[in-house]
Design a protein around this ligand. Sequence first.
Ligand SMILES: [Zn+2]
Length: 244
Amino acid sequence: MVTVHGFTTGWITTDRAGLIEGGEGQQRIPVLSYLIEHAKGRLVFDTGLHQDLRSDARARLGGLADIFDSVLPTGLAVDERVGGLSDGVDLIVCSHLHYDHCGGNAHLGDVPVLVQRDEWDAAHGGDPLAGYLDADFETGQDVKLLDGEHDVFGDGSVVCIPTPGHTAGHQSLRVRTDERELLLTGDACYFGETFDTGLMPVFANDLERQSQSLELLRTMAAGGSHLIFGHDADQFPDDEVVAL
Ligand SMILES: [Zn+2]
């Protein structure tokens, strides 16, 4: 049996123009992480923000702090969240290595991290304003580099699905529970509005691949997958843990 819990691991307020084509004003979006429990192990998909943000966001984020007002309330850091649900974790899977998706890796102990090789390569030595902070992923944890689709537990229940475009090596996670198939899209699709309108974020590593990945998500949704988006405040309006 596979269970999935989703929860906020912080909040970001930023210009809507950066989130969706034609967006105006500001938007507050949840930062999301998921705990997936499988007979063979407990996995966290995306780990949210690093706790150092609490004392000095600018020291942690540098210039990104000017673009993204990032807050991590007490109790919402990924280790605090996981601590309330489970007795530790065995594995981390990162959709990509932006600071709001892997900042909490360091808080989860000495466990392996699964990430696509293209993402790992892109995250090193890039523009600091591209969203990558070395401190988030240079943690000393074992890193397992993936080259494409990857069946985490070998039974098809938890599978990494490449969805590049937002970043060079972005991946989503398909999870089959007893009840249904979930697709945790990560930033391949920020929210339902993106999915419904096709209006994409204007900043991407590769706009064409981003659109192709959205088409893949649409195909999977049409085939019965239930999509959980990367930063959707309708799906996660508050800090309640959601059993998916
Ligand atoms: Zn991102």
